[in-house]
Design a protein around this ligand. Sequence first.
Ligand SMILES: NC(=O)c1ccc[n+]([C@@H]2O[C@H](COP(=O)([O-])OP(=O)(O)OC[C@H]3O[C@@H](n4cnc5c(N)ncnc54)[C@H](O)[C@@H]3O)[C@@H](O)[C@H]2O)c1
Length: 267
Amino acid sequence: MNRVDGKIAIVTGGARGLGAASAKRLALAGASVMLTDQREELGNNTVEAIKEAGGEACFMAQDVKDEAQWQAVVQATVERFGGVDILLNNAGIGTGGRIDKMELKDWQHLMAVNMEGVFLGMKHCIPALRQRANKWEGGGAIINISSIMGFIGDVGSTAYCASKGGVRLATKAAALECAKLGFNIRVNSIHPGYMETEGLQSALRVMAGGGGDEARESARQSMIKATPIGRLGKPDDIARGVLFLASDDAAFITGTELVIDGGVLAQ
Ligand SMILES: NC(=O)c1ccc[n+]([C@@H]2O[C@H](COP(=O)([O-])OP(=O)(O)OC[C@H]3O[C@@H](n4cnc5c(N)ncnc54)[C@H](O)[C@@H]3O)[C@@H](O)[C@H]2O)c1
């Protein structure tokens, strides 16, 4: 169950957090993983940890908003491992701010990473995914990391919510395109709730309104309180969902939203 033996995956933002956990799960379930990130040292360390655990992975520096770097990553993956079967568009940033205080350049930067990065990833991986899609019962798989904030709004998060809502619907449109054009590629989104990662710290800072440790801890407690299961999510909670959608167990699943949030959106 949930195996990806022989498949080749590209994981963006894989140096830490949800991307690192997902890359590890995929590698230990049999995939060869091209792990990319802007953070080179951390990315290389994560790859070493995956290798020590018995998985196959390599690291390449990448800024997901740079088109030429996407071309280079796909080419390097094909040269190193022989193709691409799984794309996990995970890299994302959560900086935000009130609409009336946010600079246009900050809005544009967030959109470039969270939305254009996903677009460029799909654009440049689809041709490679098509090459090998018929090898697998479940075809090729693209998984885009959105958020519960792709469904609901929050104070100080207009840009983030807009980007994640965009990823959610771009996923559905891409899923239909890939299905109806006969590409044999499934495209799905995952919507994490409040997950314990470094990335969560920026959300806590926004919620704490610039306050110190105490304000951040109280914001953290309010996230736990908003989560019916009663804890923050662990990166591996998302990695398990990634592995499922990447595997042939999800062969008939495309254009769907997998919410992994401890019950937040059920309320
Ligand atoms: N942590 C949460 O609570 C949560 C909730 C919902 C959605 N998400 C989403 O999950 C994804 C991962 O989040 P995380 O919490 O693991 O974040 P994180 O900040 O811990 O890790 C994100 C990684 O992406 C990399 N990255 C950022 N910008 C990049 C760029 N331009 N090019 C390449 N790499 C880049 C970072 O260097 C980092 O290693 C993001 O898309 C985030 O929006 C997170």
